[in-house]
Design a protein around this ligand. Structure first.
Ligand code: GH3
Ligand code: MG
Ligand code: MG
Length: 453
């Protein structure tokens, strides 16, 4: 294939100004399609059909030669019989035998040649034109032989039958265009006419011969022409179907690739979306929910608390002397510790409704639902002890050898203050209290003078 199949699609579109991707445009007639496909070298321009024809013609030619040899044998028997019956005309019999021997030798030689040609053709080592020339030469020789054979027993009329049989058989078995077929026809007819001029038979036999020959010639030529046309038409249709199949296959392939690419893109998009959601809700450093996540959670739970008049515990947590820790152990180590503390806080959740988030810097917020003040205090103390139990060394802390946290907590029923931000502020005040008292402890928000409201 010399030009990509894409070019056909492109060409169809350009030529007819269509933007769509139709592969088999109904608006292009079959003849036009063939014409343009041929121009683009997408379908056969005569070479392939010629090759296929040569292959089948070689096969048929072998059959033809075998039939000729059988016919010869028959003629020999008939001639032998006639001679033995009449006991005369030995000249004619000698001429007949001579002709039969020539045909026999020539036919055997050609049989061998065609056999070799068949092999060469399979290996693609012989030109089409060579095969065609040899096929035509044999056909021409046999037909000329047939014409000459008519003189061998002019009086019996039987010899003309041999010529006619060869004429008809050759035309039927060889698929040739009608012009090429004219070569053996004209050559043999010429010999036939010359022969009849040189040794004219009785007028009656002459008329009979010419009439028979004319009828057979027209018949053979007509049948052969139709066979050849039907064959080439079928070949072209096959070729066109093949091209269209190829185009279709290619289009399918493209479509498949597109589907795969789309699926891939979709998957990537989903992953990216998931990552985005994660990024926006989870704190990168500690891996626990971030402040945004906390706000969403609190907004939802605050409304529920309002409806159900249930309590929410809010515990504000702050690492003690963390600045000093950073100064002492470095910021990278400080980051690691933040993650460890976050994990300890996360591990302190007892119920599925318990929630902890990084509030910012070294501050965290723990919430629990449906819990009273005593429960909240116990929970906060449990959290504090959990962190202390990590035994993270903190040499810069004046109050403890370990890293500790301070907690400010309260239990509140939504509605008693206007928003959860107020509740957080109150927890923060309690936390401030805890810091003021030396840190590493929990303070509950309860004294009214602590409040700013
Ligand atoms: P206090 O006991 O009063 O809470 O003292 P503190 O030093 O913990 O509090 P302060 O607010 O003075 O300092 C908080 C420190 O927390 C300051 C900052 O260096 C540190 N910090 C905040 N966020 C991060 C972080 O993401 N990584 C690290 N390594 N340090 C942080
Ligand atoms: Mg702080
Ligand atoms: Mg602190």
């Amino acid at each position: 294939m010399k030009i990509s199949l894409y070019s056909v699609k492109w060409f169809y579109r350009m030529k007819l100004g269509r933007a769509d991707n139709e592969l088999s445009p109904g608006w292009l007639s079959m003849a036009n399609r063939l014409k343009w496909l041929k121009k683009l070298h997408l379908i056969d321009d005569g070479e392939a059909v010629g090759r296929e024809l040569s292959f089948y013609n070689l096969e048929r030619m072998r059959i033809f030669i075998i039939v000729i040899l059988l016919l010869e044998f028959l003629l020999f028997l008939i001639d032998d019989y006639l001679v033995s019956q009449t006991g005369a005309n030995h000249g004619s019999s000698f001429f007949t035998v001579f002709l039969l021997v020539i045909l026999f030798v020539v036919s055997i030689a050609y049989l061998f040649v065609f056999d070799q040609l068949g092999k060469l053709h399979k290996a693609n080592q012989v030109k089409n034109s060579t095969i065609k020339a040899l096929l035509v030469s044999y056909l021409t020789l046999t037909m000329i032989w047939g014409a000459v054979f008519t003189f061998s027993a002019k009086n019996t009329g039987g010899s003309l039958a041999a010529f006619l049989i060869i004429l008809l058989l050759g035309s039927l078995l060889m698929y040739m265009d009608s012009r090429t077929l004219l070569i053996p026809y004209l050559a043999s007819i010429l010999v036939f006419i010359i022969g009849h001029q040189l040794a004219p038979p009785p007028v009656q036999a002459l008329v009979k011969h010419y009439l028979n020959l004319a009828i057979f010639l027209v018949l053979a030529w007509f049948i052969s022409r139709n066979l050849y046309k039907a064959y080439t038409r079928e070949f072209k249709a096959r070729d066109l179907i093949e091209v269209q199949n190829r185009l279709l296959k290619e289009a399918n392939q493209e479509l498949l690739q597109e589907i795969v690419a789309r699926e891939e893109a979709q998957k990537n998009l989903e992953i990216a979306n998931q990552e985005l959601v994660q990024l926006s809700l989870v704190d990168q450093l500690t891996g626990i929910p971030n402040r945004r996540s906390l706000e969403l959670f609190l907004r939802f739970e605050w409304h529920r608390g309002l409806r159900e008049q249930s309590s929410i515990a809010i515990i504000m947590i702050d690492i003690d002397r963390f600045k000093a820790y950073n100064d002492c152990y470095g910021h990278v180590q400080g980051d690691k510790v933040l993650a460890r503390v976050a994990a300890a806080l996360d591990g302190s959740r007892r119920r599925s409704t318990d929630f902890v988030a990084r509030y910012g810097g070294e501050e965290f917020l723990f919430t629990a639902l449906n819990i009273d003040e005593a429960g909240t205090f116990t929970l906060a103390e449990m959290i504090r002890k959990n962190v202390e139990a990590l035994h993270i060394q903190h040499d810069a802390s004046p109050s403890s050898p370990w890293l500790t946290i301070s907690l400010g907590a309260l239990t509140i029923v939504p509605g008693s203050v206007e928003s959860y931000s107020d509740a957080i502020h109150m927890a923060d005040l309690a936390l401030y209290d805890a810091k003021r008292a030396g840190g590493n402890q929990t303070k509950m928000y309860r004294s009214p003078q602590d409040t700013l409201f």
